[in-house]
Write a protein that binds this ligand. Structure first.
Ligand SMILES: [Zn+2]
Ligand SMILES: [Zn+2]
Ligand SMILES: [Zn+2]
Length: 496
């Protein structure tokens, strides 16, 4: 059941949507409806063994092309309309563990083409007045489905917040003869304090008037009213700025960052919207590593946001972490592409018996923790699964193989019972004592692989002493190359 109920005090529609989930077959516990359907496996929403990017209609839509008649009768005070519209799901990747921040730039460019295509196709339907493209990411914003995906709502009206923004830009344009977003971006670039990342064509910044902590606006330098104007070079640059920004978000608290990403652009109602300027807005409730912002009394009841982060500070924090520039994002992407074919099937794997080159990680130990006992180094390769994704824990066939890239770790013993570990790629150090029970550290998730191995060795009766550890490597994290397993193996080897 879904219908539009008019809110006469706020003069806006409320979408009422209640859906019962009628499933004939109970899916397995780890079932993901957005994963490809494996041969012989439980059918998902995508009946293909693999795919690139998939768009399909939401199974439980708030808006429908052929909506049911409203369940209640309207009165003059309380108008009710059928909830006509379209709700689509955009699945970014066949890989369950993927994320926009770790995808190759080419895939993100492809996604931009898909967005543009959906904007044009849905916008051309006569009842669609606004195509709203967005993504909710993370449990903090209510996401239970972790497979990387976004959504599209094709509205039969212009949603109220967007209408308000459009009214302001229309007024500014009429009074000043120029675009409010163009003027605002020019001022931000002149000022510089709130800029986060600059591409040739797109810029990401924390707006002066940010309502949310770490709120970011991403817009084109050129005045573009909608995705219709995007060309290949636009989408290439957009992909790099978008990926760089999301990498910064993830690096901020060293964990996947929850966010809401929305696209604001020209409505598709046939009116003149030359004053509109396409932009992405990013909102996040994450205001500190372990604290969320909630929309409480003043926000929900008065409509005013209280932001306890200064925009200038948020921007400075975001500039400090993750890729330093869009060029760095491109270079990392380039390196990833060159490594992949060389590592797979080139037949020049490491001979485990061969001595490894002098360890740069041992140098890191000396620089970071000062002189100490001689360090030993351990190397654990990453792996690709030629066959085995999701079949490995279902007792199916697997065919993994090691690749040249991996994690290198240097370790040395030290007096006492303290463990100090440094992640070179993240620039983070943790310290903990073997005197206390080893507990997970939610603020440095990478360190839990080290902690877990030492905990298990301790339980198995291995005598452990104080250690300094430093590790780094060429494996991208979260890319399905088992960087975490390599870190665990390297830790176990080093502890030996
Ligand atoms: Zn999945
Ligand atoms: Zn503009
Ligand atoms: Zn906006």
């Amino acid at each position: 059941m879904s219908e539009l109920r008019w809110h006469p005090f706020l003069e806006q529609w409320v979408i009422t949507a209640t859906h019962r989930q009628d499933r004939t077959f109970l899916p397995p516990a780890d079932y993901c409806p957005l994963c490809p359907t494996r041969p012989g496996g439980f059918p998902t929403e995508v009946p293909e063994p693999t795919y690139d990017i998939v768009v399909f209609e939401n199974k439980f839509p708030s808006l429908q092309a052929a909506p049911p008649e409203p369940a209640v009768a309207a009165t003059s005070l309380s108008p009710v309309e059928p909830a006509k519209g379209v709700c689509e799901v955009v699945v970014y990747s066949p890989r369950h563990e993927d994320a926009l921040a770790s995808m190759p730039l080419e895939r993100i460019q492809h996604l931009a083409r898909v967005w543009k295509d959906r904007y044009l196709e849905l916008g051309a339907r006569d009842f669609v007045r606004y195509v709203f493209i967005f993504e909710n990411r993370g449990e903090a914003v209510g996401v239970t489905l972790h497979h990387p995906h976004g959504q599209i709502y094709a509205f039969p009206f212009i949603p109220p917040l967007i209408e308000k923004e459009l009214a302001a830009t229309r007024r500014f344009h009429a009074e000043n003869g120029r675009c409010l977003m163009c003027a605002s971006l020019a001022e931000e670039i002149r000022d510089g304090r709130r800029i986060v990342l600059e591409g040739e064509r797109f810029v990401a910044w924390v707006p002066f008037h940010a309502r949310w902590p770490y709120e970011v606006t991403l817009a084109s330098r050129a005045h573009q009213i909608s995705m219709e104007e995007w060309n290949a070079a636009d989408m290439e640059d957009l992909a790099a700025v978008l990926k760089g920004l999301l990498q910064k978000y993830d690096a901020l608290f060293a964990k996947p960052f929850p966010y809401i990403m929305v696209v604001h652009q020209a409505p598709t109602d046939g009116e003149d919207h030359r004053h509109a300027h396409l932009h992405f807005d990013f909102y996040t409730p994450q205001r500190a590593p372990d604290r969320l912002k909630f929309l409480a009394g003043v926000e929900s009841g008065a409509g005013n946001f209280i932001n306890d982060k200064l925009a200038e500070e948020s921007a400075a924090e975001l500039r400090r972490v993750g890729p330093a520039s869009v060029a760095a994002v491109r270079a990392a992407d380039e390196a990833g592409r060159e490594r992949a074919p060389a590592g797979i099937g080139s037949g020049t794997g490491h001979d485990p018996a061969a001595p490894r080159a002098a360890s740069s990680m041992a140098d890191v130990l000396r620089t970071l923790f000062g002189p100490g006992s001689t360090a030993v180094t351990a190397f654990a390769p990453g792996r690709v699964n030629l066959i085995g994704e999701h079949t490995d824990y279902n007792e199916g066939f697997v065919l993994p193989m090691a690749i040249e890239d991996g994690i290198e770790m240097a370790a040395r013993s030290r007096a006492g019972r303290e463990i100090r570990a440094h992640a070179v790629d993240l620039g983070e150090t943790v310290a903990f004592s073997l005197e206390q029970p080893i507990r997970p550290d939610p603020t440095h998730p990478w360190s839990n692989y080290v902690r877990g191995v030492l905990w298990a060795l301790g339980r198995a009766g291995v005598a452990l002493g104080g250690m300094d550890l430093a590790f780094g490597g060429t494996l991208p994290r979260g890319a399905g190359l088992s960087s975490s397993a390599a870190l665990q193996v390297a830790t176990a080897l080093a502890a030996r």
